[in-house]
Design a protein around this ligand. Structure first.
Ligand SMILES: Nc1ncnc2c1ncn2[C@@H]1O[C@H](COP(=O)(O)OP(=O)(O)OP(=O)(O)O)[C@@H](O)[C@H]1O
Length: 354
C-alpha cells in the first residue's frame, strides 16, 4: 500500500456541446512514502485533473482513492466525511505555477494565513511562520510584500506556506514553469532537500522532462488522460517502451534543438540514420563510436553528447549519425541493444523515425 493509491480513476467533463471529455481515463497509480513522483506530459494530457483528485479538489467520476491509509473515494463515491476531508487536506500541501500569494499582506503574513485554523496563539503562529521562512532561506524577507520578491523567492514563500501544517504530501503543479532556469534549479533543489529533511512525499507535475530528471525517483507519463508508461526514473529513461516516452527521455529537448540548429539535409534513409543513444555510464564502454567501427564496421559521427546525474547515477546521451545500408543499420541497432544502450532512431528534424 502506498501513501497515495489511485485505482481505475476516471474524470469526465461535459464539453460545451454536451459531449463527454475524458480528462482522466482509468488511471491506476501508487505513490510510496518518500517518493518524488513525477507526472509528465504535454499540455492538456490530464495531469492537473488527475493530481487534483488526490485531495478531492476534483471529484472523480469513477475509481478508488486512498490517501495515507484513509479511503477518500470508493467506486466513484466520496466515502470520507467533509469534516474529515478538511482535516486530511491540511496534510496535503500544494504549490502552483502562479504562486497564489496574497499581494496586499507581507511575506510572513502569507505564511501565517495557512495557520489560521491551527489552534495556535498569534505569537506562536508568528514564530512558526518565521521558522518556515528559515526553512526556505527567506527570513530576511519576512516583512517584504510578495511583489518585492523575484519569482523564485515568491515560490519559496508559497512552499513555506504549503508546509505550514506539516503535510505528509506536497503536490507541485507546474511550480517551476514560470521561472527562469536558475530559479527553476533552485526550487527543484529545495524540494529535494525538503523531501529528505521532512520525510515528505512529493508529487511533481510538469511538462518538462528536465525537471523530472533533476529530482524524481519515479515517473509516470500521461497522454490523452491515460498513463502510457510509469516506473522508476532509471527504467523509464533507459528502457522506454512507449514512443512518446522515447521522445521525452534522453537529452530530448537538447537533442531536438541540436538537430534543428544543425539543419541537416534530408537523410538518405537507405544509407544513413541518426540515433539517440541513452545509457548508464557504469554499464557501457565509453568508446561506443570506436566500438561501432570495430565491431560492426560502420562509421558513426557524433552530433551531440551529454552526461547527467539521474537519481545520482551518471547517464550518457549521444546523438550519432551512422552511415551504412539497411543491413548495417540493423546490425548497429542490434549491437547497441546488446550493449545495454537504449536506441531511438530519429529523423533529421529530431522527430521519431517512422
Ligand atoms: N473544469 C473543466 N471542465 C471541462 N474540461 C476540463 C476542465 N478541466 C480540464 N478540462 C479538460 O481536461 C483535459 C485535461 O486538462 P488538464 O488541465 O488536467 O491537463 P494538463 O495535462 O494538466 O495540462 P496543463 O499543463 O495545460 O494544465 C483538457 O482537455 C481540458 O480542457
Amino acid at each position: 500500500m502506498g501513501i497515495i493509491d489511485l485505482e481505475h480513476v476516471s474524470v469526465d467533463f461535459p464539453d460545451k456541446k454536451g459531449k463527454i471529455v475524458q480528462a482522466v481515463h482509468d488511471v491506476s497509480l501508487t505513490v510510496e512514502k518518500g517518493d518524488i513522483f513525477g507526472v509528465v506530459g504535454f499540455s492538456g494530457a490530464g495531469k492537473s485533473t488527475l493530481v487534483r483528485t488526490v485531495n478531492l479538489l476534483q471529484k472523480p467520476t469513477a475509481g478508488n482513492i486512498k490517501v495515507n491509509g484513509t479511503d477518500f473515494v470508493k467506486d466513484g463515491k466520496q466515502v470520507i466525511s467533509n469534516k474529515d476531508l478538511q482535516l486530511a487536506r491540511r496534510k496535503i500541501g500544494m504549490i502552483f505555477q502562479n504562486f497564489n500569494l496574497l499581494n496586499e499582506i507581507s511575506v510572513v503574513d502569507n505564511v501565517s494565513f495557512a495557520l489560521k485554523h491551527s489552534g495556535l496563539k498569534e505569537k506562536e503562529i508568528k514564530e512558526k511562520s518565521l521558522k518556515l521562512l528559515d526553512l526556505v532561506d527567506l527570513r530576511d524577507k519576512a516583512n517584504f510584500y510578495p511583489v518585492q520578491l523575484s519569482g523564485g523567492q515568491q515560490q519559496r514563500v508559497a512552499i513555506a506556506r504549503a508546509l505550514a501544517n506539516e503535510p505528509d504530501i506536497l503536490i507541485s503543479d507546474e511550480a517551476t514553469s514560470a521561472l527562469d532556469p536558475q530559479n527553476t534549479l533552485q526550487i527543484l533543489t529545495l524540494l529535494k532537500k525538503l523531501q529528505k529533511d521532512l520525510n515528505l512525499t512529493i508529487v511533481l507535475i510538469t511538462h518538462e522532462m528536465a525537471a523530472i530528471k533533476k529530482v524524481c525517483n519515479k515517473v509516470a507519463l500521461m497522454q490523452s488522460g491515460q498513463i502510457v508508461e510509469k516506473g522508476s526514473l532509471r527504467d523509464v529513461v533507459l528502457h522506454p517502451k512507449n514512443d512518446l516516452t522515447k521522445s521525452f527521455v534522453g537529452g530530448s529537448l537538447e537533442v531536438i534543438n541540436t538537430l534543428k540548429s544543425l539543419n541537416i539535409d534530408k537523410l538518405d534513409n537507405d544509407n544513413e540514420a541518426i540515433y539517440q543513444l541513452v545509457y548508464s555510464m557504469a554499464n557501457v564502454t565509453k568508446t561506443i563510436v570506436v566500438d561501432l567501427y570495430r565491431e560492426v564496421g560502420v562509421e558513426a559521427s557524433m552530433l551531440y553528447g551529454n552526461v547527467e546525474l539521474l537519481d545520482d547515477e551518471p547517464i550518457g546521451t549521444l546523438l550519432v549519425q551512422v552511415k551504412g545500408d539497411k543491413t548495417k543499420q540493423q546490425e548497429t541497432v542490434a549491437y547497441l541493444r546488446k550493449e545495454k544502450v537504449a536506441v531511438t532512431r530519429l529523423n533529421e528534424k529530431g522527430d521519431l523515425y517512422e
